[in-house]
Unconditional design. Structure first.
Length: 505
């Protein structure tokens, strides 16, 4: 009888809330495309169209953050193109492996991140004229004489960005691929002997060596004789943007602007195929303490603007959904219990990262396009609901059946019994495991950079890609997360004490 009542209650609540839940995405989709939130900035003059540019912001000297500003060779090139074409630019920063997904889903309009033209990409994307010519090199641990050509990589392991052109080059050479996000991480793996080599752009390698002074790795050979051509990447069908970009690049090449930008960074003209050998002086950096001091405030702002609100909203929505799903799960009605079982199984059986990708990049293909914050909120709320539903279900079933019988004896209705007897006791039981879910949620928000949000971890990663002070910066952001989780644990203890006041022993 109790289960039948809970099933009816769950059905009624779901019937009331379903129209609201279904209306939410439609309104959000009407509100526009991804709101970015990651490294937004403007460029261009006049009232031209807005063009959203996707870039890493962690790939010096092409795209990186310095002094809180997005800069680099690619950034200056795309800004010059925008000035010439009359575009208004908005920059969105994300992991390289997420940029093409953002382009496919319409979150961005162009990628400016040293995208090498190859047949596989040409089959799926449109490219501007090349604005950089470079060659690939092989990097290995200093003193390693066994590697000098691509043929030597067969059977060895290289560290590469998963979707980069150089990853495919290494794979075609017969190498095993260890996926990393940044060159500095790959260099560390080579230096420690965890992988054998790296295949990457010679300019990026020169910049890393000049900036860090790393003497544990070295360039040991060329990655073939072919010269790579890098261009701006667009969606197929955006012919107007490609045409405007090509016209702008022709004008910039003719008036010497591309040469000026190139010589500023490389002391050679890499915008033409035979412009000379690039030289990179590196970037002057301060101490590790300077890196921590300069990054502490931006990371704290991201914590207050992204992590905490995202955690609070997602947990609140997820907890409400978890209660409804738990009631449906223990219902005697199969129409309620089976969908609830499937939902819980699907959420717990798939990675949170995949859920974020589905909500942000896959839903737009169905006509539901959520801004970044709403997309992250939806994915995290769904994840919380899937895990917390089982916690709530266990807590509800842990309330002794005698409590229902006692309430019925004194004339309490079923609804009043649920509200005044069952739920308070279940809440006391559920607090510790639900608190663990909340603490995990705080840390899970560090994944939201894939949906173009700049969370504290993304801020620190951007700073570390320039200064290479990974350890102190990661310790700092870890301290931020630890403080938040400690405060939540303290709140949990106080809540448990309060709920236990009325428990007899």
């Amino acid at each position: 009888m109790r289960r039948r009542f809970m099933g009816v209650l769950a059905g009624l609540v779901l019937a009331v809330l379903a129209p609201l839940l279904l209306a939410g995405p439609v309104q959000a989709a009407d509100g526009g495309s991804g709101d970015g939130g990651a490294g937004e900035g403007g460029a261009g003059e006049g009232g031209g169209r807005e063009v959203v540019v996707g870039t890493e912001g962690t790939y010096p000297p092409f795209s990186f953050n310095e002094g809180g500003e997005l800069t680099g060779y690619d950034i200056e090139v795309i800004k010059a193109v925008a000035d010439e074409a009359g575009w208004q630019l908005r920059f969105v920063q994300s992991q390289f492996d997420a940029l093409f997904g953002a382009l496919d889903s319409g979150r961005i309009d162009v990628i400016a991140n040293q995208i090498t033209i190859n047949p596989e990409r040409e089959a799926n994307y449109a490219f501007s004229e090349p604005y950089t010519y470079s060659r690939g090199v092989i990097v290995a641990k200093k003193g390693n004489d066994s590697i000098s050509t691509l043929a030597d990589l067969k059977g060895l392991t290289t560290a590469q960005s998963a979707t980069s052109n150089w990853s495919q080059v290494a794979k075609d050479a017969g190498a095993k691929i260890e996926n990393v996000e940044q060159f500095a991480q790959a260099a560390d793996l080579v230096a420690r002997g965890r992988v054998d080599a790296i295949v990457n752009d010679n300019i990026a390698v020169l910049d890393y060596l000049a900036t860090t002074g790393d003497d544990q790795i070295e360039v040991v050979g060329d990655a073939g004789e072919e010269v790579g051509e890098q261009a701006l990447a667009f969606r197929q069908g955006d012919e107007a943007l490609v045409r405007e970009a090509d016209q702008a690049l022709d004008a910039l090449r003719a008036d010497g602007t591309l040469t000026t930008i190139s010589e500023k960074y490389f002391k050679a003209d890499v915008s033409v195929e035979d412009g000379g050998d690039a030289e990179v002086a590196g970037r002057a950096g301060g101490s590790w303490w300077d890196s921590v001091r300069d990054t502490a405030w931006p990371a704290l702002v991201a914590l207050l603007k992204i992590t905490i609100p995202l955690t609070a909203v997602s947990f609140a929505i997820g907890l409400v959904a978890a209660v409804l799903i738990a009631l449906a799960r223990i219902s005697s009605s199969r129409l309620l219990s089976w969908p609830a079982r499937f939902f819980i199984s699907a959420v717990r059986g798939t990675p949170l990262l995949l859920q974020l990708f589905v909500v942000f990049y896959a839903l737009p293909t169905l006509g539901v396009e959520l801004p970044s914050f709403l997309a992250a909120t939806l994915a995290l709320s769904v994840n919380v609901a899937g895990y917390a539903a089982e916690t709530v279900r266990g807590a509800l079933l842990a309330v002794p059946a005698g409590q229902h019988e006692a309430a019925a004896t004194i004339g309490m209705s079923r609804a009043l019994t649920l509200r005044r007897v069952v739920l308070p006791q279940a809440a006391r039981i559920a607090v510790p495991p639900l608190s663990n879910t909340l603490v995990s949620l705080v840390k899970d928000t560090s994944l939201v950079s894939v949906v173009l949000l700049t969370d504290p971890f993304r801020v620190v990663t951007q700073a570390a890609s320039v200064s290479f002070d990974y350890l102190p910066l990661f310790v700092m952001v870890g301290f931020y997360y630890w403080v938040i989780c400690t405060l939540l644990t303290a709140a949990q203890n106080r809540l448990e004490t309060r709920l236990n006041r009325y428990v007899t022993t």
